[in-house]
Design a binder for this molecule. Sequence first.
Ligand SMILES: *Cc1c(COP(=O)(O)O)cnc(C)c1O
Length: 384
Amino acid sequence: MRKRKAGFATQSIHVGQYPDPSTGAVAVPIFATSTYVQQELGKNKGYEYARVSNPTRTRLEENLAALEGGIGAKVFASGMAAVNALATLLKAGDHVVCGHDLYGGVPRLFNQVWANFGLEFTYVDTTDPANVKQALRKNTRMVYIETPTNPLMTISDIRAIADICHARRAELVVDNTFMSPYFQKPLALGADMVMHSTTKFLNGHSDGLGGVIVCTRPDQVEKLAFLQKAAGAILSPFECWLILRGVKTLAVRMEQHDVNGRIVAAFLAGHKRVKKVFYPGLAEHPQHELAKRQMTGFGALITFETGSLANAKKMLKKVRVCTLGESLGGVETLISHPATMTHAALGEKGRKKIGITDGLVRISVGIEDVEDIIADLDNALAGL
Ligand SMILES: *Cc1c(COP(=O)(O)O)cnc(C)c1O
């Protein structure tokens, strides 16, 4: 029999998650230690101090690298700490091209922190790869995109943008938080690095923060490992363990998120109080064909237009199964109002520029019984 490569679910349960060599513990232990004994000067078992490395963290990094098809991964204290680590790979005078509707924390970090240290940023609509090409400069070192975007669910062509980057020695980083490696593999499409807020689907249970960068080259891994040691924004062993536990069910959770997502999107699209639905799985989504080509599922994030701030407010007050709150990717359905929550910092003008209206509501569809989610939404929409 030919040796076959383990499938996604098998890898998520077993890569890095082998029984502990010292005790046989099947679950990866939480190595709660700050330091490690040295047998004699200069002799140890590969671990010296926990900011530099920790076995729970090493196991998680092995696991996440495998799931994205990378050669290595480094985890950080949050998604934003991971993005910050990426920025520190650059130097003053370097230029970065970014999507114009990134997760709000990313432009906040770039414009209010890193611009002060001489990094330059240009924001373009990356749904047209020609905009990326046009924005490239001699000093462009990185292109940073999200696909699908939050909250409008626009899709960018990863392969086309990767080709543009590589013709000009710029690295492409893709924030793959929304799809998870289960539905989208940016590295296989030519991206140089993948970033995740593990806080979302990878952990999946809304109980811990984390971030990861998955790499395609050893020099990237080395630089990020150096940053863990030098800057110290590492992920705690407990948080690493939560994610190791969470990823074991990533495949089944994503399948159910996707099934429920499609059903809820169809329900909303057919509801007379809903003006518009943004979901890549709907045939009327402007990039439905690209979404089908580039992703193997459509996921759980749906945004819809209620028509006004008053309508959004009214329905969000009435939901019971859906939990009003920021974040996404947990087993529970989370519902939010981009204009006053995740995208408040953009200001009215900034929101208008990218099409975020006061009536938009975003749902991260959970894995509850979908009939209960729909009944809850139906009830909340009834009064509009
Ligand atoms: C949440 C999120 C982040 C930031 O991650 P934190 O873990 O909250 O720091 C970045 N990108 C996307 C797409 C996110 O959803």
